[in-house]
Design a protein around this ligand. Sequence first.
Ligand code: NAP
Length: 395
Amino acid sequence: MNWQRGLSIILRLHINHAKRRNSPRLAVRTYTMESSKHPEVKRVLVTGASGYVATGIVNDLLNKGYLVRGTVRSLKNPGKVKPLKSMAEGKPGKLELVEADLMKPETWKSAVSGCSHVLHTASPFPFVQPKNAEEVIRPAVDGTISVLEACKQDGNIKRVVVTSSIAAVGMNHTTKPLNENDWSDPSHGGAEAEPYCISKLMAEKAAFEYVEKLSDKDKFEICTVLPGYVIGPTLTDQVSTSLDIIKRVMVGGDLMVPDVSFTFVDIRDVVDAHVQCMTSPKAPGERYLIVDKILGYSEVCKILSDEFYPQGYSIYTRIAPRFLISLMSLFDNTAKTMNIIWGVICEYDNTKLKTELGIKPRDTRKGVVDMAYSLIDNGYIEKKAQYKGRSSDKQ
Ligand code: NAP
């Protein structure tokens, strides 16, 4: 090799090397649909699909490419059906809606048919507790059993995730941090005032007991998700208790607020937990507390006031005197509940959520604000003249 040829080879190598270093790397990113990572999930049934929590779940499943069947009580109710249909448009997953009612056991056979997984969120969650507790308890308990019975009869369901609540853990109001080994004690004084809490406790217990008693041939996997008070953006304009409570604050519904605290969690964490529990190998037989921070009601009002007072919303933050609530509790069911939980701070341990499901709870303070913005933007709360919306730096 003469020296010119040697030099030209060295130069070419040098130039190619420089070209490789300088040319931008081809962004070859492969997107794998979450659904294709879980071929065992053929179709997911989401019960009570039009609810606040369920619309979040349905939206996430559709984004991840799953085939989803949602149940609503009536397909003729446009308020429930329309938001779900518009949500499904242009998503990689597919949504179909069917009718099913927790009080009509015969409706669940066809609802579960063709599904492999069930996320059972449907349950009455009333803002004001009914005088007759059975109105809440029966649909929750008997309805859950009807769904599970249909799964057994069908024989193709692999796993059911039941949405329970911290109410099934913390109704006895102890102060130690409660965890998934704790169960509410319905003999506590609060029980009579809270049919909802009893309904969640009884439904969760009944679900585990039902599957426990199944023969090996009929058995399917079950696990439960126990959210705290869910906050965060809503994808629907439909009435729901979580939304009503924040709405009540935003419209200045109470001149003074009770000294009560709640354990909050962001809806996006609740959605993640349901979807993870559907496929996680660790989940079968388990309960998962989905909780983040404890916030006083007055703190929530303060967070909202800081953000929305300059935008025209009068939000009251002063704590009411106890005697007033005690007095009101004689004739008002909501005041009765507030009176029972007055000053009680119930702590929950979210270690299992973080270590087993790998979910680091989002900032609930931001969730409260996000929720209020979504309520205004969805027309659930009046848009005041001074309303500016979220400034982009806060998104
Ligand atoms: P939601 O918006 O009121 O949704 C409840 C859903 O259940 C609705 O779709 C409702 O259908 C359905 N449902 C009620 N009774 C029914 C019946 N007889 N037959 C069929 N469906 C029925 O409440 P959410 O906040 O999304 O609650 C969803 C689940 O999360 C519930 O199990 C609730 O206990 C649990 N949870 C919620 C929170 C929270 O803070 N939001 C906290 C812990 C646990 P309709 O729309 O037709 O009424």
